[in-house]
Every structure is written in structure tokens, then in C-alpha cells.
Design a protein around this ligand. Structure first.
Ligand SMILES: [Zn+2]
Length: 241
């Protein structure tokens, strides 16, 4: 069926066993309807392959040809589902950053532009604010909340004394993807609280701040947000130590 689908189509006995097919050229019976050069070619090619094949008398057994040892495992079956996936290194990097899972998940969502910001709500015709709830200037987007909003810029500026490279990366990026590429480069092995982690927590707090404003009507100054970030990072560092 796989090696010569054309022949399989015209074969009379489709359910014949391998043993019966091999014995005395059983597979060739019923191929009288072969009527094209293509089928003939396919026939010759199959004939060559069959010549090299012999059954050894051993009983049939089922093997799992996905794993090297032939044994089934749930892991190999699970991995099989991802064979055709397109690798996205930008996304995979998220899990390498030292941060709590909820923050990693937030960044993972942010990079894919899946945060429920006003621009996405608007596209679906769902309830949303007409302009950014912080600066009241433009339609809110993830890009705006984290990078473009004057409030975000102020927070990044204020954080520069602790994370100067991370702040520069944010202030010089106009898209989340560029920001993330630059930010990930700031990750340092062996450093408990590197600039990449710092940047990730700034972004996380900018998002939280926006949510507090929308859902709890709580206002906080840029300096207030920065001190929250510093407190949070201080506690995390102690916990990680
Ligand atoms: Zn804004």
C-alpha cells in the first residue's frame, strides 16, 4: 500500500498476508489490470524490493518504532505530536529566565501579543477603554503599556540606576520583539538577579499597574511602582539565596 499505491489500488486481494504474498509471487496475482507505463515501472521496482525480502519463520510481534528500543512509552508518544512544530527560539527563551512561573507565563503571552489589551478587545468588538488608562493619549496595546506609554518610559528611566542596560534596551525598543531580543541578551549565568530578570519584573509590574487602574481604580505614581518592583525583587533575591 505504501511502496506501490497504484498497484495496491488495482490488486484484487488487498487483505493478503505478507507470507501469502511472498509465497510463489502471490502478490503478483490479480495485477492483470496494470495498464500504464507508470504502473509497470512501479511493478518492476516493487519486484526488485520483494526479491530481497524473506520471512524467517519467527512469529509476528508488534514493536513501537518511534523509540530506539522498540518499547512504547507515553513520553515518546507525547513527543511524536510535536514532530511538525515550528521552533520559535524567541518563545523558548522565556523559560530560561530566572523568574516565577506566573511572570514567565506573562512574558510568554506578551511576546505573542496575547494580552487582553484594548486594541485586541476592539478588534473583537468587546468592551474596552477608548484610550490608555494611564496617559489617556492613544489606543492601548501591549507595546504601548510596556514600552511606549510616557508612564512606562518614566518607570524604565527610574529603574535605570539599578538596571541600566535593561532600561536602555526598553527605552530604545519600539516593538516587544526587539525589546525581548535585547533583554534576553542581558541574562547572565550565575548571577542571581541579572538585568534580564529585572526587566521582566518591570514589565510584569507595568501590566499589573494597568490592571489595578482598570479593575480597582487604584492609582500609583511611577516612583511608587518602582519601589514596589524593588521590594519584590529584594524579597525574591532573599528567597532564591
Ligand atoms: Zn499610555
Amino acid at each position: 500500500m505504501e511502496l506501490a499505491p497504484g498497484l495496491y489500488n488495482i490488486a484484487k486481494h488487498k487483505m493478503i498476508s505478507v507470507a501469502d504474498a511472498i509465497r510463489e509471487g502471490g502478490w503478483m496475482k490479480g495485477l492483470q489490470r496494470m495498464a500504464s507505463a507508470e504502473l509497470l515501472q512501479s511493478f518492476v521496482s516493487l519486484w526488485h524490493k520483494v526479491q530481497q525480502f524473506s520471512l524467517n519463520g519467527e512469529e509476528d510481534k508488534i514493536t513501537w518504532n518511534i523509540s530506539a528500543n522498540g518499547n512504547y512509552s507515553a513520553k515518546s508518544a507525547y513527543e511524536q505530536q510535536f514532530i511538525a512544530r515550528i521552533p520559535m527560539p524567541r518563545l523558548l527563551r522565556v523559560w530560561k529566565v530566572k523568574a516565577e512561573s506566573k511572570v514567565q507565563f506573562f512574558i510568554w503571552t506578551l511576546i505573542q501579543n496575547r494580552l487582553w489589551t484594548a486594541d485586541r478587545l476592539q478588534r473583537r468588538g468587546w468592551e474596552h477603554q477608548a484610550t490608555c488608562c494611564v496617559c489617556d493619549q492613544v489606543l492601548e496595546s501591549a507595546n504601548h503599556i510596556i514600552l511606549g506609554c510616557p508612564f512606562a518610559k518614566e518607570v524604565w528611566h527610574l529603574m535605570a540606576n539599578q538596571f541600566s542596560n535593561a532600561a536602555t534596551a526598553a527605552l530604545q525598543s519600539s516593538s516587544i520583539n526587539t525589546w525581548w531580543d535585547k533583554t534576553f541578551k542581558l541574562k547572565k549565568k550565575g548571577v542571581l538577579l541579572d538585568e534580564c530578570t529585572g526587566a521582566v519584573y518591570v514589565a510584569w509590574n507595568l501590566w499589573n499597574k494597568r490592571n489595578m487602574r482598570i479593575f480597582q481604580n487604584q492609582r500609583r505614581s511611577a516612583a511608587g511602582v518602582c519601589s514596589l518592583i524593588r521590594d519584590e525583587l529584594g524579597l525574591l533575591k532573599e528567597a532564591w539565596e
